[in-house]
Design a protein around this ligand. Structure first.
Ligand code: F6R
Length: 588
């Protein structure tokens, strides 16, 4: 949601904070601010916009001092305004805080604090943290106690970092990440390792309810009783730091282009880990699959493959609904959670619920140190490198490729995915070679208001994924549905202004799809076919290469990604940072 960064050390803090915030901007990007300490005073600048724009306007990087905190916001409570941007002061400017998460009891706390004379400036839930810290600090003159007492009052999820005018930085977390990076010159405290990975790969992951205090000499971590605790130093892979756009205009385009190599290299991770993963799956009675958004669409395909090829009983449930349908989950079950970030709150909630029912937890993640990986009994990595564009593209292909690897192993090589990987990589390149044509199609569709995407069987999750890409990147109302369901209601919406995209490779679903296409065409809609074979019914044709039928999902998603990217450009939207969205959805 939001990103937090703090630094205390010997270097000029402001440029460091600005750089770190730019690297974590995918987490939230509607406003930005930093506070530093200079000559025993906190100075603060903040404003609405992306880091680069606000920095240009306010020159954030010029704030003096060697201690400070910074924040990018993704609004949850309170609209996007300068006042609601972080950092927040208490009543005076002796403490400033930055926060990520949601304080569920903020209304009660606010009323209580107003009752004793505190004056609030913003509409955010976060501001109560500043006032609580201030209250307890004024009462006790002890930063450690003030932080612990503050945390004891907070309900909900939080990671916050505060600076005090004496130069101390402190922070705490509960169900939101907070990680310390240690460098020769000092320490960072950050929401994500990307906040400091350029400077150090030594990370300390704080546990829930840990409090960290950085004063002029030491870094200390305490539990909620105030006892010192030791947390191990983790060496993080440096490659995660490679987040530049290279020759591409946007991260999203770069990530789309990385997909052929990702598929070709899929499954090269430690095969013993895959083996153990498969053993756990084999020894379960039912595999429940869960995920959110794009990762859920991968789970739908995984269910199809597990049931049809590995003959494993599998059920799928979107994570945000999982806790309401726990019947049938017990200690003979496995929950397989799929998540790029490994931090999605809905997914973590589903995992907790399944754990509670006795299920074993498997996960597929991109970040080995993520919360999801850490609470799983076993996890596998999709190994696609950091995905910066907010819309999931390469992580989806990487998740799918890993699922094919797993299912192939479970069905003793019946898919022969390993042998086909190179061919699939080539097929993706062929589609990328048609980028200009898809760009032209995007120009034709720029004024479309409604796009329906239909497919059957294993293509249905791609219809959902294609619609999601068009919604989030191009802000077009798009609906993915099974082709057969169209006639059960949605057909009433089809008319001469409608566009319908049919995912129709030459497989067992094709004849029925063509019949559906004719029904739609008869109602005046424009038909866009995505297929390896042309057909007269298509008004617009997007050609994809022929591949083994079970592998089509890997390649047929690519035209949607390219189309959505160019539609975003055509509509002057920023494809890397769609409005109202954040890369890691760490709130429920
Ligand atoms: C869509 C998108 C989101 C995520 C969803 C889950 O492009 O990015 O729908 O797929 O928020 O995120 P992860 O996979 O990090 O759990």
């Amino acid at each position: 949601m939001c990103s937090i960064i703090g630094y205390k050390g010997q270097l000029d803090v402001a440029p460091l904070l600005v750089n770190s915030l730019e690297r974590m901007e995918y987490r939230g990007y509607d406003s930005v601010g930093i506070a530093t300490i200079n000559d025993g005073k906190i100075i603060l600048k903040k404003g609405v916009g992306k880091v680069a724009d606000v920095n240009k306007r306010l020159d954030l990087g010029s704030l003096p001092g060697d201690t400070g905190v910074g924040h990018t916001r993704w609004a949850t409570h309170g609209s996007v305004t300068n006042t609601n941007a972080h950092p927040h002061y208490g009543c005076t400017d002796s403490i400033a805080i930055v926060h990520n998460g949601i304080i569920e009891n903020h209304k009660e706390l606010r009323e209580e604090l107003i009752g004793i004379g505190h004056i609030f400036k913003s509409d955010t839930d976060s501001e109560v943290i500043a006032h609580l810290l201030e209250k307890y600090y004024v009462d006790q003159k002890n930063i450690k106690k003030a932080v612990i007492d503050t945390c004891k009052r907070l309900e909900g999820a939080y990671a916050f970092v505060a600076v005090f005018e004496d130069g101390t930085i402190c922070g705490s977390r509960y169900n939101e990440p907070l990680i310390i990076g240690s460098v020769d010159t000092g320490h960072f405290i950050s929401s994500d390792i990307l906040g400091f990975l350029e400077y150090t790969n030594k990370a300390i992951y704080l546990e829930n309810r840990d409090t960290v205090i950085l004063d002029s000499k030491t870094l200390q971590i305490f539990d909620m009783e105030g006892n010192p605790v030791n947390r191990p130093i983790t060496q993080v892979a440096w490659e995660l730091a490679s987040v530049d756009k290279g020759k591409y205009a946007h991260h999203t385009l770069k990530e789309i282009h990385e997909q052929p190599v990702i598929v070709e290299k899929a499954g090269t991770q430690n095969l013993d880990r895959v083996k153990e993963f498969c053993n756990i799956v084999r020894n379960s009675r039912t595999v429940f699959l869960t995920g959110s958004g794009t990762s859920y669409h991968c789970a739908l395909i995984a269910k199809h493959l597990l049931s049809n090829f590995a003959k494993i009983h599998a059920e799928t449930m979107v994570s945000s609904e999982f806790q309401y349908t726990l019947d049938g989950i017990d200690n003979t079950s496995v929950l397989l959670a799929i998540s790029q970030s490994g931090e999605t709150a809905d997914v973590l909630q589903a995992v907790k619920a399944a754990k509670h029912m006795g299920a074993r937890i498997l996960s597929i993640v991109n970040i080995p140190t993520s919360s999801l990986a850490r609470i799983s009994d076993w996890f596998l990595l999709i190994e696609c490198g950091p995905e910066v564009g907010v819309a999931a593209t390469k992580s989806f292909t990487a998740q799918l490729s890993l699922i094919y690897t797993i299912v192939d192993r479970l069905c003793n090589g019946c898919l022969s995915f390993e042998a086909d990987k190179a061919f699939l990589g080539g097929a993706l390149r062929e589609i990328l070679d048609t980028e200009i044509e898809i760009h032209r199609i995007a120009e034709r569709l720029r004024d479309a208001t409604d796009i329906y995407i239909i497919g059957r069987s294993i293509h249905y999750p791609i219809a959902l994924e294609g619609a999601l890409k068009l919604k989030e990147l191009a802000y077009i109302h798009a609906e993915g549905m099974t082709a057969g369901e169209l006639k059960h209601g949605p057909l009433a919406l089809i008319g001469s202004n409608s566009y319908v995209i049919i995912i129709n490779p030459n497989d067992t679903t094709s004849n029925d799809n063509i019949a559906t296409a004719h029904e739609i065409k008869a109602r005046g809609a424009t038909i866009i076919g995505i297929s390896d074979r042309p057909n007269d019914v298509y008004d617009i044709f997007i050609k994809i290469p022929s591949v083994k039928s079970i592998f089509y999902p890997i390649i047929e998603v690519l035209p949607f990604q390219i189309l959505a990217y160019y539609l975003a450009l055509a509509k002057n939207a920023d494809p890397d940072y769609p409005r109202n969205l954040a890369k890691s959805v760490t709130v429920k």
